[in-house]
Design a protein. Structure first.
Length: 82
């Protein structure tokens, strides 16, 4: 067997192995899509934990707090930034 035929045999073997890997990957994708598993599984969001409140307890603003915020907003709107 000369070096040219060895090179062709190695090239053919390499392409055959890569083709078989590719076909195996396509079959894997088809089966996972058909069965809706792995990457094709529906996303289910975990419910939030009741033990973590980053902002503390949420309470409605009182009338005084609303008036104070409106006053601050009106003061900021009246400032000329130019």
């Amino acid at each position: 067997m000369n070096s040219q035929s060895k090179g062709l045999l190695i090239l053919f073997s390499t392409f055959t192995i890569l083709f078989l890997i590719f076909i195996g990957f396509i079959i894997f994708l088809y089966e996972t899509y058909k069965n809706q598993t792995h990457a094709f599984q529906d996303y289910v969001q975990n419910p939030p934990s009741n033990s973590f409140y980053p902002l503390g307890e949420i309470t409605p603003l009182t009338d005084d707090e609303i008036a104070q915020r409106q006053e601050i907003i009106s003061q900021l709107q009246s400032v000329d930034l130019t």
